[in-house]
Design a protein around this ligand. Sequence first.
Ligand code: RB5
Length: 171
Amino acid sequence: MRVSIGCDHIVTEVKNHLVKYLESKGHEVVDNGTFDKKRTHYPIYGKNTAEKVTNGEADLGVVICGTGVGISISANKVKGARAALVGDIETARYAKENLNANIIAMGGRIVGVGLIENIMDVFLETEYNKTPEKEEIIKKIDILGGNEEQSNNEHFFDEFIEKWDRGEYHD
Ligand code: RB5
């Protein structure tokens, strides 16, 4: 499977571990960064990772930040993204089986690496159990959101990143 992955600077090691884990299982990984521990901001990686899924470059996505909250909310702002923030196997299964979640989000400071691997396995292995009722609900979710200026615009955060680099923002 082709898996798009992204994280913020708080959990780079966790993301790197997961990249190796996925590759060891034969998956093709699209790593959207971040690649070091230099302070950055999760909306960039939530957007980039989700867009690789919604534009078909990847089959599924995984986003990780400290809690998983900021990056999952960001990923969900991309039209067509259905990112599920989970910390257990059963919720991961539910998200894929019932809502055909196309992105899994986790808190790298909350969930241990072993459980992250297990959640990832379950998310990738579980099949969407398609029914007309579920399709209706998913259709209702998918018509929400989407922003013309943001969609597939790789420069959308340029001004934000420049300000970030000048030290205008802090955690
Ligand atoms: C750090 O920016 C931290 O706020 C982030 O990793 C995450 O926990 C937010 O949900």
